[in-house]
Ligand binder design. Structure first.
Ligand code: FES
Ligand SMILES: [Fe+2]
Length: 379
């Protein structure tokens, strides 16, 4: 969805669709109905790009990482010639999960009947299959999942016919380009299981209205501006001349700012949602992701990860100082999760009808409209 406004010019809020004053959130069944969750999976989640990992997490030939996704288990591999691959993590014989976790290996051996695959997905051996007429190793390689890499960020899409990642990202690289994600290194990962609908996590990320209340003990009240965008993404910027990726109260000085940040990027931290499941937050010294993995209508896994510029990671006291960032990212995420689990419970009331949205819910409204436009039912 394109968000209207002067190109590149942020505003306190950007409103589109039904008018402020009459606009409400999505009906509660969008957050509690398994049938609507199934429609979202079928019409949205399996047809759009989503972030799963960083390329430096698979830096060596033989590196692999097994991940769960909304489309089932996926295996990322780095082959002997440095090629990066994404496959369905399922054996071509009778569907056994092939690998778990992450590590380094020379081949992928199915734990069930030992069919053995190369890291580029080709089937190398299938013991005992000689007697099967017409069986050919070449016909049973691992099933690829569509993958694209932008600035070190690995995205997947289960739809081979969907527009490419560049089209999906639109002008995202223009606003976020000076952060140079491609020169960053992931140094931290975490995961939180959340008892709420996946959309609540994303809506929450894109409004600063709640921050003075939910985050009173950490980041406190914030103000933000909204950016017009072209492509399938949204952006706000929380205004702060110093990094909000760590808490001032930690007593640790923040890391130096990223070299070459744009004038706009120096004004604060961008909070962005790349529809439908990816959040990248970018302060002046770091970026962290909050990627959602919908599991059921009221269950979501939130994947967190943190990245810093190469020069920052090389600082002698990096590991100690970085703890203040990891602590802030986890604590603030837990505060959000706490309120969202309450929101999920409240949304179950048979009496609830969506109330009026605030001007500070402008991106929530845009995200709700993005969903409305893609489901085959009237909401
Ligand atoms: S299921 Fe993998 S070898 Fe049989
Ligand atoms: Fe929050």
């Amino acid at each position: 969805m394109t968000r209207a406004g002067r190109p590149g010019e942020p505003a306190p809020f950007l409103w589109s669709g039904s008018a402020l004053g009459s606009a409400t959130g999505l009906p509660p069944r969008c957050y509690v109905s398994p049938e609507i969750f199934a429609l979202e999976r079928e019409h949205i989640l399996l047809h759009n790009w989503f972030f799963v990992a960083r390329t430096e997490e698979l830096s060596q030939p033989g590196d692999y990482r097994a991940i769960e996704t909304v489309g089932g288990p996926v295996l990322l591999t780095r082959d002997e010639t440095d090629g990066l691959h994404a496959f369905a993590n399922t054996c071509r014989h009778r569907g056994c999960l092939l690998l778990e976790g992450s590590g380094n290996r020379r081949s992928v051996v199915c734990p069930y009947h030992a069919w053995t695959y190369r890291l580029d997905g080709r089937l190398r051996a299938a013991p005992g299959m000689q007697a099967v007429p017409g069986f050919a190793l070449e016909a049973h390689g691992l099933l690829p999942v569509r993958m694209a890499v932008w600035e070190g960020c690995i995205f997947l899409n289960f739809d081979d016919a969907a527009p490419d990642l560049a089209a999906h990202l639109g002008d995202y690289p223009e606003l976020l380009g000076s952060h140079r994600f491609g020169d960053m290194i992931c140094t931290w990962r975490d995961e939180i299981e959340v008892a709420c609908n996946w959309k609540l996590l994303l809506e929450n990320a894109m409004e600063s209205y709640h921050t003075g209340f939910v985050h009173a003990a950490t980041v406190g009240a914030q103000t933000s501006v909204t950016f017009p965008t072209r492509g399938e993404w949204h952006a706000i910027q929380v205004q702060s001349r110093t990094s909000i990726a760590m808490l001032e109260t930690s007593g640790v000085p923040p890391f130096p700012p990223i070299a070459g940040l744009s004038a706009q990027a120096r004004q604060g931290a961008f909070f962005t949602v790349i529809e439908p499941m990816t959040q990248f937050a970018c302060a002046q010294d770091s970026m962290w992701w909050l990627a959602v993995r919908p599991v059921a209508v009221d269950r979501t896994v939130l994947s967190l990860g943190g990245c810093f510029p190469r020069e920052t990671v090389a600082l002698p006291d990096f590991a100690t100082r970085a703890q203040a960032y990891y602590d802030r990212w986890r604590r603030v995420a837990e505060e959000d999760v706490g309120i969202l689990e309450k929101q999920q419970r409240g949304l179950r009331s048979c009496k609830f009808r969506p109330g009026p949205l605030s001007s500070r819910d402008d991106v929530v409204h845009a995200m709700n409209d993005w969903i409305r436009a893609r489901l085959p039912i009237e909401l």
